[in-house]
Design a protein around this ligand. Structure first.
Ligand code: GTP
Length: 243
């Protein structure tokens, strides 16, 4: 049963692949999956939100970073999509080992290891309290997993997109490169696109704008605060129609 006092009842959590990597963000760290899985389980235990997760693959392969090496971009993007399936499987395995029911759905059909994405089935799984992991990006090259998160959020009627990153919001510049960069607490979609902030691609912002889906960018360290976020607490940077 959905909790009526919640601001956001059905939520998409976007987890970038670098969150699953070793200290430098690369490779596979089973302890990183486990830490995130434990936080996610606590969120589900604290309230009755419906939770879907979109996983990235930046710890394994980033299709957009092969430019200049002569590699076909389309093939590189498909390699990245396969990377998201590795992260999805690992996250699913640990969530279920810790007792949380999940279903994984892929945008590219891989029926021996996961269900294909079927909108109505995804919604049914959420209604039954299962965490649904979406892997395979959008299933098409030239898109990012941020676009996949916004696409799925719009398709399955999520109330918000929560993007967990290594920084605690959207900054005027990369705070790891410029310590004087300032953090925005709110942005409109238009500002986010015009400022070309690189935290999320313009396609993702544009779809959110059209469908009026709020995006909250926050630190992965604050995943444990999601129960407060869904009750309306503001942390990180909120991108929405009005500020
Ligand atoms: P409901 O019975 O509708 O509540 O959903 P369910 O997921 O429990 O039932 P279903 O019979 O569809 O699935 C049973 C198990 O098989 C679940 O773990 C699914 O994730 C898995 N499953 C269903 N379809 C596929 C598929 O196409 N490929 C793979 N690999 N697994 C599937």
């Amino acid at each position: 049963m959905a909790n009526k006092s919640l601001k956001y009842k059905r939520v998409i959590l976007k987890l970038g692949g670098e969150l699953f990597g070793r200290k430098d963000g690369w490779g596979i760290s089973f302890s990183a999956y486990e830490k995130i899985a434990k936080d996610i389980i606590k969120i589900k235990e604290k309230n009755s939100i419906q939770l879907a997760i979109v996983v990235g693959a930046g710890n394994i392969f980033r299709g957009r970073e092969v430019g200049g090496q002569g590699v076909d971009e389309t093939v590189a993007d498909y390699m990245g999509m396969l990377g998201t399936v590795i992260n999805g499987l690992a996250l699913q395995e640990v969530l279920e080992r810790l007792g949380m029911p999940t279903r994984m759905m892929t945008a590219l059909e891989m029926k021996f290891i996961a269900e294909p994405f079927i909108r109505r089935k995804a919604i049914r799984h959420l209604e039954k309290g299962r965490i649904v992991i979406f892997a395979g990006g959008t299933g098409s090259p030239f898109f990012t997993t941020d676009s996949a998160a916004t696409l799925r959020a719009c398709e399955i009627n999520c109330d918000v997109i929560l993007k967990a990153t290594n920084v605690d919001g959207i900054y005027s510049e990369d705070p790891q490169k410029n310590p004087k960069a300032t953090r925005f607490s709110n942005l409109t979609y238009k500002q986010a696109i015009e400022k070309n902030l690189e935290v999320m691609d313009a396609t993702a912002f544009a779809l959110c704008w059209k469908k009026k889906k709020p995006i909250l960018v926050f630190s992965v360290k604050d995943i444990g605060k999601i129960p407060e976020i869904v009750r309306g607490k503001k942390i990180g940077t909120l991108v929405a129609d009005e500020i």
